[in-house]
Unconditional design. Structure first.
Ligand code: FAD
Length: 345
C-alpha cells in the first residue's frame, strides 16, 4: 500500500502572498493542442486565480492554436509569440522568452506545464536561472491564498509513495509540471472574454543545440497517452510477429491503443513509444488489458490508476493479479483469439 511522505520544501525568500496568476505553457503539434497541456490548464485553474496560456510556434499554426486556447474554460488571457526558432522549440531557444515574461514586473506567481519531454527540460532550466523551485509530475495541489503557499502531491519511488511538498508564499514564482492522468482535460466553452496579446520573440543566435529533425511514429490506432482502452502485451508474446498478430486484432476489435512492457520493447516486439511504465508512458484508461505481463513494480507505475484492469497470465501467482479487477489464469494464445471472435460477433 502507498505510504505518504511529507517533505518540507524550499526556503528562498523574496515575495509576499499575492493573488495567484498562472502562466501555462500550451504545447501543440500542427495546430492540435496536446492533451497534457489541457490537463495542465485544469491544474492551473485549481490555484483559484487568473490563468494565462502561452502559445509559441511558427506563423502557420500559432494563430489557430490561440483561437482554440482562448475558448478553453478557465483561461483569462492568451500570450503568443512567433518565431522560426519556436517551430520546434528547444529549451535553449525558449528559455530567454520565459525569462523575459517572468522578469521583475511579471504578474505571474506560477508557471505550469504538462510533464512532457519539452517541459521536463525547459521548466527546470528557467527555474534554475531564476533561482526558484520546480516541482515535477504533480498529481494534486492546494493553494492557500492567505499565505501564498502551494502544496503539491507527487508520486515517488515508481508511485509507491506519495510525497507532499510545499512551496511557501515567500517563493516568488512556483514552477510545476502536471501528470496528465491526474487532472481532467480543460473543456472548450462558448464565447470568450480572454485577452489576446502578442509578445516579441527573443531570438537566440548562439544556441548550443539545434533541431535537426523530428520523426513521428505513425499509427492508425488511438494515441496510447489518451486512449480510453489499452491492450498491452509482455514478454510472453514471443516475438514481433506474434505480438502483432495476437494483439492487433484485439486492439482493433476494441478500438484500443496498443501498449507493451519494457521486456517486450527491449526484445524488439514493439516500438519504444508503446512502453508503459516507470520509464515509459503513464496511462489511466477506462480499460487496461495486460496480456502475458508479470506486473513488475516498474510496469505497475505506468498503469495502476487505470479504471478497469484485466489481466491474462498463465501464472496464478503473477503480481499483476494483485492490481487486476478481472484476472484470468490462462494461456493468452487460447484466450485472445476466442475473445476477438466473440467481440466481432
Ligand atoms: P516477464 O516478467 O518475463 O513476464 C512475462 C509473463 O508472461 C509472466 O508472468 C508469465 O507467467 C506470463 N506468460 C508467459 N507465457 C504466457 C502465456 N502463453 N499466456 C499467458 N501468460 C504467459 N518494465 C515495464 O514494463 N515498463 C517500464 O517502464 C519499466 N521500467 C523499468 C525501469 C527500471 C529502472 C528497471 C530496473 C526495470 C524497468 N522495467 C520496466 C522492467 C520490469 O522490471 C520488468 O522486467 C518488465 O516489466 C517485465 O516485463 P514482462 O512482464 O513482459 O516480462
Amino acid at each position: 500500500s502507498r505510504s505518504v511522505l511529507c517533505v518540507r520544501a524550499f526556503s528562498r525568500t523574496y515575495a509576499t502572498a499575492t493573488s495567484p496568476h498562472a502562466l501555462v505553457f500550451i504545447e501543440h503539434r500542427h495546430g492540435v493542442i496536446d492533451s497534457g497541456s489541457l490537463s495542465a490548464l485544469t491544474a492551473a485553474e485549481q490555484l483559484g486565480g487568473q490563468v494565462s496560456g502561452l502559445v509559441v510556434g511558427g506563423p502557420d499554426h500559432v494563430h489557430s492554436v490561440v483561437d482554440k486556447v482562448k475558448m478553453l474554460k478557465g483561461i483569462t488571457s492568451v500570450l503568443h509569440s512567433t518565431s522560426p526558432q519556436y517551430v520546434e522549440p528547444l529549451p535553449e531557444t525558449l528559455s530567454p522568452l520565459f525569462e523575459k515574461l517572468l522578469s521583475n514586473s511579471s504578474p505571474f506567481t506560477h508557471v505550469v506545464s504538462a510533464t512532457s519531454s519539452t517541459a521536463k527540460s525547459l521548466l527546470p532550466r528557467v527555474a534554475a536561472k531564476l533561482d526558484v523551485p520546480a516541482v515535477s509530475d504533480v498529481t494534486s495541489l492546494e493553494h492557500d491564498p492567505a499565505t501564498g503557499s502551494t502544496t503539491f502531491t507527487r508520486p515517488i519511488y515508481a508511485g509507491n509513495a506519495i510525497a507532499t511538498v510545499r512551496a511557501p508564499g515567500s517563493v516568488a514564482i512556483k514552477f510545476f509540471t502536471v501528470r496528465g492522468t491526474a487532472f481532467a482535460a480543460a473543456a472548450s466553452q462558448e464565447g470568450s472574454n480572454a485577452e489576446v496579446k502578442a509578445v516579441d520573440a527573443v531570438e537566440v543566435s548562439d544556441s548550443p543545440t539545434q533541431h535537426l529533425k523530428t520523426t513521428i511514429t505513425k499509427s492508425d490506432r488511438p494515441d496510447l497517452g489518451v486512449a480510453s482502452r489499452v491492450v498491452s502485451g509482455g514478454r510472453a508474446l514471443k516475438n514481433a510477429e506474434t505480438f502483432a498478430s495476437t494483439l492487433y486484432p484485439l486492439a482493433d476489435a476494441l478500438g484500443a491503443a496498443v501498449g507493451a512492457s519494457r521486456a517486450a520493447v527491449d526484445a524488439g516486439y514493439a516500438d519504444n513509444s508503446l512502453q508503459v511504465g516507470q520509464t515509459g508512458k503513464v496511462v489511466a484508461p477506462e480499460l487496461y488489458m495486460a496480456l502475458g505481463i508479470s506486473g513488475a513494480i516498474q510496469h505497475l507505475a505506468g498503469m495502476k490508476d487505470s479504471k478497469l484492469i484485466v489481466a491474462v497470465n498463465k501464472d496464478p501467482d503473477a503480481p499483476i493479479f494483485q492490481v487486476a479487477d478481472v484476472g484470468l489464469v490462462a494461456d493468452l494464445f487460447d484466450v485472445v483469439p476466442e475473445l476477438v471472435e466473440k467481440l466481432k460477433k
